[in-house]
Design a protein around this ligand. Structure first.
Ligand SMILES: [Mn+2]
Length: 311
């Protein structure tokens, strides 16, 4: 397969120092070489430009949306880069940076395809708005904005209005969900598989259900957005908002085997690595690379029609 690496060195969405160094950390550890080794072509398209703003300006464009103008500006550029990748028959692989980048990725994919699904693997719902967000951090809002819920500056990124229908949104592994997020999930009827539900039903059954629903829907593109905080907090000290009782590394791999192996994934994000707060052993970076190796291995298996693990 052909992949385009797109770096997004942003931390305005999480308002925490360090997340902006994700892309350079992935490159230093040779992510491009890893992708090639798994049998793919890879083109590194460089980083999306992040406009400068000082921390004193964080509320300059909105009183409860930090760095709103800067996030809208880079998101438009990211959306266009994703759109162009897809037009060039590559799979855009977007390296974060914080999860606010999901809005740009989804907008670009949404413009290219007639109808998309979004799979969001995350400890959080990321469906807050300026009214429900306790922090004003936009990395907790991208999925709401993509469904056309929230501030118009965010819902109208790249093109006006809804990018993905709630019925085509799948959140897996969330375990830190704000009250307003539960309300929205209920109201718009998106597919929410909380960690509690994953534990009750079993991960394999949840994956089967997602695969079945997506493969029997009318979508022609599927965006997979992976926040490393979906993993248990003990595995990812180098992420901004770690949460306990998350997925093990093996479960993380099973998720990708299931989803990438059985669904035609057309674009992907890998976000929220913060190398500045990683432990002395760079445990988070190591775990990320173990997952990345598996991700590109499964993409190859899917391409060759030889996925081992039957769902
Ligand atoms: Mn997230």
């Amino acid at each position: 397969m052909k992949f385009n690496l797109i770096g997004v060195p942003v931390n305005y969405g999480c308002d925490k120092e360090g997340a902006q160094f994700g892309p350079e950390t992935f490159r230093k550890n040779n992510i491009a070489g890893l992708i090639e080794k798994e049998g793919h072509k890879v083109y590194d398209k460089g980083d999306i430009k992040i406009p400068f703003a000082s921390s004193e300006e964080k509320f300059a464009s909105h009183k409860n949306l930090k760095y709103l103008n800067q996030i809208v500006e880079y998101s438009n550029n990211l959306a266009d880069a994703v759109y162009n990748s897809l037009n060039g028959s590559a799979v855009p692989f977007v390296l974060g940076g914080d999860h606010s980048l999901g809005m740009g990725s989804i907008a670009g994919a949404s413009r290219h395809f007639d109808e998309i699904a979004v799979i969001w693997i995350d400890a959080h719902g990321d469906i807050n708005t300026e009214e429900t967000s306790p922090s004003g951090n936009i990395h907790g809002m991208p999925l709401a904005a993509s469904m056309n819920v929230g501030n118009p500056a965010l819902t109208n990124i790249y093109f006006k209005g809804q990018k993905v229908k709630p019925e085509n949104v799948y959140i897996i592994g969330a375990r830190d969900i704000d009250p307003g997020e539960y309300e929205l999930a209920d109201r718009v009827k998106l597919n929410l598989y909380t960690m509690k539900e994953v534990r009750e039903k079993g991960l394999e059954n949840v994956l089967k259900s997602v695969i079945y629903k997506i493969n029997n829907s009318n979508v022609d593109g599927v965006h997979l957005s992976f926040d490393i905080d979906a993993l248990d907090k003990s595995l990812v000290p180098g992420t901004g908002t770690p949460v306990s009782e998350g997925f093990s590394l093996k479960e993380g791999k099973d998720i990708f085997t299931g989803l990438i192996g059985h669904i035609h994934i057309t674009s992907m994000d890998f976000v929220e690595l913060n190398p500045v707060i990683d432990d002395a052993d760079v445990k988070t970076v190591k775990n990320c690379f173990e997952l990345l190796k598996h991700i590109f291995y499964v993409f190859k298996q899917h391409e060759e029609g030889s996925v081992e693990y039957a769902i």
